[in-house]
Design a protein around this ligand. Structure first.
Ligand SMILES: CN1c2c(nc(N)[nH]c2=O)NC[C@@H]1CNc1ccc(C(=O)N[C@@H](CCC(=O)N[C@@H](CCC(=O)N[C@@H](CCC(=O)O)C(=O)O)C(=O)O)C(=O)O)cc1
Ligand SMILES: N[C@@H](CCS)C(=O)O
Ligand SMILES: [Zn+2]
Length: 761
């Protein structure tokens, strides 16, 4: 009998209960006991749903208060010294996640970065050269005990040692992280011994680093690790890889002695047959055949065709699962009642995906229920429907894509010439100051938008409210004496979802929340068909803002690659083509902004680096079409129009050449959190265009000091021509409050002014 299992369930809750409880706890509105009750209720609910779906083994340990990597680090005692004085474990966890600030000083949060190529962010464990590891109280064990008390058939899940070490960073003296492996393995052994005491039959150890190009020393580490862990665990170890292929690592995995292997049969469909032959038939092979990174219903008949011969070969040793943890999809598509029946029918969120896994497993085992059969019938019908639906194909869009010419990707003149023209038009001071776009999304803004959505506020009243917000934000920026103003983005729920709401071929869900980091969530748009822009999306707000001031107001758009990477994209068209359609829609908006008198337009691309394929062999192709999409969106303007772009949270060194090829007049980057080291990629590359230095970290409520920013500007001036330097925060200010925003910007403007005086002196 094939077995149905799951790798992980979304922890935030179908109604974002975890978010609400966390934020209430942080505000001091609820007690720790109440927060813990929310956690327990969510875990109980999620296990119940998974059990009802018919899974044979339920994942346990996938729940985390803020981030599962952070939680594991704390369990192993990997706590930076600046947070060690906090004894209460939950308080310490939140201090590591969010930083602390009190009379005795600030203790910074851990660095946050992208989890592989997803829009989920994990906290980076900090390792010192003499780092010790030992099992402290473990959230995994607590969750296991809780699930066992509920009489569930469980499979504990934990991030594996190779991935943990790979994702951690060295602090202080630099050293080879692998030197710490033996001690780290001891901590894992302690964890496995605890699972032995609880007689767990299986443990799932996640090693998504297997999807990367790994140096040989790390593959040796893989073998050493699992030889030790399998010897110590009395049950059986399932190593789970996802987000890509691992065929090149199979001979290494064969030496590890693990009893089971999970593969991502969606991202690496081409490897399934070869792995099925090479992975011993007496070991479990788990096929991640239902897409855990996208929201469309699976083609169940096609999946069954793939699985049937594998089942004939392996029998009980074939497991069926989603391709990866369901952390990356929303919970339940059945509640999306504002979508029409046809579109809703095309969707499968986490709960629906588990029904698909179970239906496939039962079909293999020859014990399908009536509901399972109906799922297959529906699936066949949906595949046909989507292929022929008039809402999917837009001939005008297809025609326009075919007519794109190389000159559409080209500015009229080179940067040097554009710079002179723009300087003449804009008349900005040296080291011009600006912000990245959004200002605080206050409770009042969110409440008014909620009121509009549930019919309590009319559209004209809402629009008037947004105009008043914009007017207030322009006034504040003028008082701060910023040089290039923004309208502040108060009309946007999110920089991607907002555009999803305005584009044809794209739908937005009502409750389709996905955790981005900690308590913060996003609702990725659903790109189901060819994308078109029926009317202007932002012009009204930018134009209104510009009418209130003589200073230039920067138009603010999200770029095509970020719209692509932060949406759920149709699976019947190559990503490059969807990117081109999005690019044409953004290009039209750029043209309309320019037409409306907006002289500076920023096209944000924070997800350009994130979309970089995990394997080097796939990267050039992506970079080529992604850069092409950006250029198509941006380059239809006159030389006098200044194009900005913005990127945050990203390492630039492996993509710097492509970033230069974007040819934006100004790129604003994060610089402060990396102590200006991110700049080194730009310096080494001799980056030709202008750069906006993210001079302070917007993720912290701390107000940056003028002197520190002056010192950073001084360093930048030593490496870049001063005409190329702009001054700005490192990202948008939507998550901040007004008092710290105004104080920080006042200091930033003061730092720029001081630095200008130093230039002219
Ligand atoms: C730059 N970042 C972004 C990423 N991805 C995106 N798609 N967008 C991004 O901006 N990835 C990388 C980073 C991640 N950073 C963040 C930062 C902040 C958030 C965030 O704050 N998310 C909000 C949700 C935003 C939103 O859609 N708001 C809506 C709905 C607000 C709401 O909850 N309303 C209440 C009622 C109102 C009330 O009474 O307060 C409700 O519905 O119950 C809106 O503004 O209308 C979050 O709350 O988590 C995300 C990623
Ligand atoms: N313009 C956006 C960019 C975020 S990456 C903002 O300011 O929020
Ligand atoms: Zn940003």
């Amino acid at each position: 009998m094939a077995l149905a299992h799951n790798l992980g369930f979304p922890r935030i809750g179908a109604q974002r209960q975890l978010k609400q409880s966390l934020e209430a706890f942080w505000r001091g509105d609820i007690s720790q006991t109440e927060l813990q009750q929310t956690g327990a209720a969510l875990r109980h609910q999620h296990w119940q749903w998974q059990q009802q779906a018919g899974l044979d083994l339920l994942p346990v340990g996938d729940f985390a208060w803020y981030d599962h990597v952070l939680q594991l680090a704390q369990s192993f005692g990997v706590v930076p010294s600046r947070h060690q004085s906090i004894e209460q474990p939950l308080a310490q966890l939140f201090a590591m996640a969010r930083g602390t600030s009190n009379d005795t000083g600030n203790a910074a949060a851990l660095e946050m970065t992208k989890w592989f190529d997803t829009n989920y962010h994990y906290l980076v464990p900090e390792l010192e050269i003499d780092q010790g590891f030992s099992l402290q109280s473990s959230s995994l064990i607590e969750q296991v005990d809780e699930a066992l008390e509920q009489g569930l058939d469980i499979k504990p899940v934990v991030v594996g040692p190779v991935t943990f070490l790979w994702l951690s960073k060295c602090v202080g003296e630099q050293f080879d992280k692998l030197a710490l492996l033996p001690q780290l393995l001891n901590a894992y052994s302690q964890l496995l011994q605890q699972l032995n005491q609880r007689r767990c039959g299986w443990v799932q150890i996640d090693e998504p680093v297997l999807s990367l190009d790994l140096p040989e020393s790390w593959l040796h580490a893989l073998v050493t690790s699992y030889q030790q862990l399998t010897a110590e665990f009395e049950g059986r170890v399932l190593v789970a890889n996802y987000f890509g292929g691992l065929a090149d690592k199979l001979t290494w995995l064969n030496q590890t002695g693990v009893a089971g292997l999970h593969i991502d049969a969606v991202r690496a469909a081409d490897e399934v047959q070869a792995i099925a032959i090479q992975w011993p038939a007496d070991k479990v092979l788990s096929i991640g055949v239902v897409d855990g990174r996208n929201v469309w219903r699976a083609d169940l008949s096609a999946a069954l065709t793939l699985l049937t011969p594998l089942h004939e070969q392996r029998g009980d040793n074939l497991w069926i699962a989603p391709s990866c943890s369901l952390l990356h999809v929303p919970v339940d598509s059945d509640v999306e009642l504002e979508l029409d029946d046809e579109l809703r029918g095309w969707l499968a969120f986490a709960r629906q995906k588990l029904s698909e896994v179970v239906a496939l497993t039962r079909a293999l085992n020859g014990c399908q229920s009536f509901t399972d059969r109906a799922l297959f019938t529906d699936s066949d019908q949906i595949q046909r429907q989507r292929a022929h639906s008039s809402r999917v194909l837009n001939l005008a869009v297809r025609q326009r894509c075919h007519s794109v010419l190389p000159e559409h990707l080209q500015r009229q003149s080179r940067f040097g010439q554009r710079q002179l023209i723009q300087a003449d038009v804009l008349k900005l001071p040296k080291l011009p100051t600006t912000t990245i776009g959004s200002f605080p999304q206050t409770a009042a803004i969110r409440q008014n938008r909620a009121a509009l959505k549930n019919g309590k506020l009319s559209q004209p009243d809402y629009d008037a409210f947004i105009e008043a917000e914009i007017a207030d934000e322009i006034k504040r920026q003028q008082q701060l004496d910023l040089d290039v103003l923004v309208h502040g983005e108060p009309e946007r729920n999110d920089m991607v979802e907002y555009f999803g709401e305005h584009l044809q071929g794209v739908a937005v869900s009502q409750y389709g929340w996905v955790q981005s980091y900690g308590s913060r969530c996003v609702k990725p748009p659903l790109v189901y068909g060819d994308v078109a822009r029926p009317q202007a999306m932002t012009v009204r707000w930018s134009k209104y803002a510009q009418s209130l001031t003589d200073k230039p107001v920067k138009g603010m758009l999200t770029g095509p690659v970020t719209l692509l990477n932060w949406s759920f994209i149709r699976s019947d068209l190559p990503r490059a083509e969807v990117a081109q359609q999005l690019a044409l829609a953004v290009r039209d908006e750029v043209a309309d902004l320019e037409q409306a008198g907006i002289q500076i337009i920023q096209i944000d691309e924070p997800a350009l680096r994130e979309g970089l394929p995990l394997r080097q062999r796939d990267q050039q192709d992506y970079l080529q079409w992604a850069v092409g999409a950006f250029r198509l969106s941006a380059n239809g303007v006159a030389d006098s129009t200044q194009i900005h772009t913005h990127m945050c949270y990203c390492e630039f060194e492996d993509v710097i050449e492509s970033i230069a090829t974007l040819d934006a007049d100004v790129i604003s980057i994060e610089a402060s959190r990396s102590d200006m080291t991110l700049l080194s990629s730009f310096i080494d590359y001799d980056y030709p265009n202008a750069i906006g230095l993210g001079l302070y970290d917007i993720h912290s409520p701390n107000v940056p000091e003028v002197a520190a920013m002056v010192a950073d500007l001084q360093r930048a001036k030593q490496t870049f021509p001063v005409e190329q330097i702009w001054v700005n925060p490192d990202c948008g200010l939507k998550t901040r409050g007004w008092p710290e925003t105004e104080a920080a910007l006042a200091n930033m403007v003061a730092a720029a002014k001081q630095s200008r005086t130093a230039i002219s002196a």
